[in-house]
Ligand binder design. Structure first.
Ligand code: PGA
Length: 251
């Protein structure tokens, strides 16, 4: 089964508009691997200019969050169609920082996923267990619940438009990535959950990315695992050099 190889950068709350544009220009001048789809989740303020800079390049620009409503009196929130208007093609939803620091529930994320699909954004949905859950043997239960709740009510045709990211909370920003075996085990489990709920045809084509302390020195090994289709990279996506080394993992 050939699934799309995706390497996504998540810039979080970093970079000015000028920095975002110069990153895209610099990356765009490099020889980019044809088999990898490159995604960059940039701050809201940089989406429009980064999208313009990415025109004609194999780089998709996206947002890191959105609201579940199409519009309304929600001060400070951003609607999915506003992201589309600015040039975004995908949106990260349910990142552990949103779930834990901003108390977003899977129910809320599920509504955002539906709204993203409704406006034509590709949802990149993040799930992952925390250290306590892993150490107390609850990983399988937690991942299953996060997938079923976050994607609840979606038809198989909708799930085909989703990208899943397995990001163990204990590995994010800690410099302590999951081992290849740990990551592969979790990815296989996620794929089985999707197969049970939406059918194996959907599970077989669903890209599942690994995220959490991905660096140039562990990217290749992670990508060699059969169920790891791509990577979601935080810290190492902020510099062109380290992000490019991850993209260029085959050389
Ligand atoms: P990290 O972040 O690569 O800095 O661990 C990953 C993420 O939060 O998506």
């Amino acid at each position: 089964m050939t699934r799309q190889r995706i390497i996504a950068g998540n810039w979080k709350m970093y970079k000015s508009i000028a920095e975002a544009v110069s990153f895209v220009n610099e990356l765009g001048h490099k020889s980019l691997p044809a088999e990898v789809a490159i995604y960059l989740a940039v701050p809201f303020t940089a989406i429009a200019e980064a999208s313009t800079a990415a025109q004609g390049l194999p780089i998709r620009i996206g947002g890191q969050n959105m609201n579940d409503a199409s519009e309304g009196a929600f001060t400070g929130e951003v609607a999915g169609k506003m992201l589309v208007d600015a040039g975004a093609r995908f949106v990260v939803l349910g990142h552990s920082e949103r779930r834990h620091l901003f108390n977003e529930t899977s129910e809320f994320i599920n509504r955002k996923v539906k709204q993203a699909l409704a406006v034509g954004l590709e949802p990149l949905v993040c799930i992952g267990e925390n250290l306590h859950e892993r150490e107390s043997g609850q990983m399988e239960r937690v991942l299953t619940a996060l997938i079923l709740e976050s994607l609840q009510g979606l038809a198989s045709s909708d799930v085909r438009r989703v990208i899943l990211a397995y990001e163990p909370v204990w590995a994010i920003g800690t410099g302590r990535p999951a081992s290849c075996e740990q990551a592969e085990e979790a990815h296989r489990l996620c794929r089985e959950v999707v197969a049970r709920e939406w059918g194996s045809e959907v599970a077989d084509v669903l890209p599942i990315l690994y995220g959490g302390s991905v660096r140039p020195d562990n990217a290749k090994e992670l990508l060699a695992q059969p169920d790891i289709d791509g990577l979601l990279v935080g810290g190492a996506s902020l510099k062109v050099d380290s992000f490019y080394q991850i993209l260029d993992y085959q050389t």
